[in-house]
Design a protein around this ligand. Structure first.
Ligand code: NAX
Ligand code: K
Length: 517
């Protein structure tokens, strides 16, 4: 499913109106109707059936006027309060306001704090409150009056339904520009906005429903929208069912370079996830002194001990052996628990120069790259990078807060600039491709914010790549399944005690749910 930012949504509206000749007032009518339907559903459930619609001066307010008219026609007691000077109403919103006026509905404007106080009293007698203050047109933080209005709405304790997006949430990023309405439900018009999906905005509505307002499907396809939500159907189409007449050679050979003194566990989690996502064979390069730990715990893998010079870490003395094994493999992953050393940089440089297979880079491999991003230019094959926000901040030398505020844009630019697939991990992981496509994942839960969770993801991407799934698709499927496995684990044991190993345990079950066997 496509997701749009504020500008893309405006472009779509424009295409519908100018090229498909659908008058804006018809789109607004459909938007208002869709909202009315949802209000009517809620009215069935509420004892107090009085509706208060709070409108801004833009088209979001216009949707509110249309809903008010339909409710009025159905005999529902409805009041409309407008924030700001109605002399500034124009276009379709003004037309709908004029109709409402003619119908003699209860409609008033709010121009000062006293008016907001009056609204507060009125809200005490309302059952449902509709937030039509502002939608994709939000362009600045709230001033004093808006702030007070939003505070009063949030404190009224009534059922709150937002039109398109809770007012105050940026449709393009999900950031809160100052303060925002906290809704019980959001009626999202035509397509989800980034702000409906990304945090913190996504947290401002308990529930959301996407409603068609009649923008032609063809117009949506023609606009070449670059942001999508990862859906279950998408993943089902990516992960093939296994054929009956096959052997382990059909499912690929993965090669993992991971682990160091004190961090064998990271390597272990990655390796287990490689097998649990279906790879046929796995070799793991581990410093010689740690080999016995690995062999005892992970009996399915073949270990390739490295003749380390520096005790417990991978170094330049290991390069020859690593490259030799890499050339016999279908995918290589480097980094989980590798330890941060200058020598790892050199190991990476050699891998980049020699590899003709997909490369997955995580954790310490990313930290090593931070000083040498230009090494990515050496790549002959596709690399999948899996930084969390902190690692991303180090990679591009930008503060964490700035990345958080602008995740999609930053991920997109990085993937395009360095021609890699970027998995920017976090609540709502973003995946960006070299072609400028962006995907947002919604599986997963806060229980997965735990040590080793990222190592498991690296293993899943590697496992899918080993099986010959195309890099972008492997990244999408891995992120989705990682979250889905985490969600299963959370259902079973809750979020508090969830450990990375639980994600590995649930992974095969989560995959079976999607693939069917
Ligand atoms: N053809 C269209 O464009 C359609 C638009 N629709 C609705 O229209 C919305 C977008 O409409 P608009 O682009 O008119 O914008 P909005 O109605 O979202 O809000 C814009 C208005 O709010 C003001 N504003 C923004 N931030 C403010 C702040 N912090 N404090 C005070 N005022 C602020 C702007 O100056 C402007 O008057 C959508 O979210 C959707 O609900 C629907 O009616 C369907 C058709
Ligand atoms: K709104």
């Amino acid at each position: 499913m496509k997701v749009v930012d504020g500008i893309q949504m405006k472009m779509l509206d424009q295409t519908a109106m100018e090229e498909y000749k659908i008058p804006g007032i018809i789109l607004m009518e459909q938007a208002g109707m869709a909202v009315t339907e949802e209000i009517m559903k809620e009215i069935q459930r509420q004892e107090n059936k009085r509706v208060m619609i709070i409108c801004g001066l833009g088209n979001n307010g216009g949707d509110g006027f249309v809903a008010a008219r339909h409710l009025f026609q159905r005999g529902i007691p409805v009041k409309v309060r407008i924030i700001g000077d109605i002399a500034r109403l124009n276009g379709d919103a003004k037309s709908n306001y004029d109709i409402l006026k003619k119908l003699k509905t209860d409609i008033k404007t709010m121009l000062d704090f006293q008016d907001i106080q009056k609204l507060s009293d009125e809200l005490a007698h309302s059952g449902i409150v509709v937030d039509a203050i502002c939608g994709t047109g939000l362009n600045r933080g709230a001033d004093g009056l808006w702030k007070e209005l939003i505070r009063v709405i949030n404190q009224c304790g009534k059922y709150i339904l937002s039109i398109d997006i809770p007012s105050g949430v940026s449709a393009s990023t999900g950031n809160i520009l100052d303060t925002a309405v906290r809704a019980n439900k959001t009626v999202v018009l035509q397509l989800p906005k980034v702000g409906n999906i990304n945090f913190p905005g996504a947290d401002y509505s308990d529930e959301m429903i996407v409603k068609d307002i009649g923008i032609p499907k063809e117009a949506i396809e023609r606009n070449n929208l670059n942001i999508s939500l990862i859906t279950e159907t998408m993943i089902r189409n990516i992960l093939p069912r296994r054929k009956n007449d096959t052997h382990k050679g059909n499912y690929g050979k993965a090669y993992i370079v991971a682990g160091s003194m004190g961090m064998t566990g990271a390597a272990m989690l990655t390796c287990e996830a490689v097998f649990r996502s279906g790879a046929g064979l796995l070799k793991v390069a581990i410093p010689q002194s740690l080999n016995s730990i690995m062999e005892t715990r992970l009996i399915e893998a073949i270990t390739v001990p490295l003749p380390e010079l520096k005790k417990g870490v991978v170094g330049i003395s290991d390069i020859e052996k690593i490259i030799k094994t890499m050339k016999e493999s279908d995918v290589i992953a480097v980094g989980p628990g590798s330890g941060q050393t200058r020598e790892l940089e050199e190991v990476l440089r050699n891998i980049f120069e020699e590899a003709t297979i997909p490369i997955v880079l995580d954790a310490d491999a990313l930290n090593s790259l931070a000083h040498r991003l230009d090494m990515l230019k050496l790549l002959k094959s596709t690399a999948v990078l899996t930084p969390h926000i902190g690692e991303m901040a180090r990679l591009i030398n930008i503060p964490i807060e700035e990345i958080q505020r602008n995740k999609i844009q930053i991920a997109m630019e990085f993937a395009q600039k360095w021609k890699v697939i970027l998995i920017l991990k976090g609540a709502r992981t973003v995946i960006a491709s070299p072609e400028g496509k962006v995907f947002i994942n919604t599986t997963g839960n806060p229980g997965m914010a735990t040590a080793g969770s990222g190592d498991v993801l690296t293993g899943i991407v590697t496992g899918f790549l080993a099986q010959g799934i195309q890099p972008l698709e492997a990244a999408l499927a891995a992120v989705y399944m990682h979250g889905a496995a985490g969600d299963r684990a959370a259902v079973r044991i809750g979020e508090y005690g969830l450990m990375a190993g639980d994600i590995v345990v649930e992974l095969p079950h989560a995959i079976k749910e999607i693939v069917g066997k």
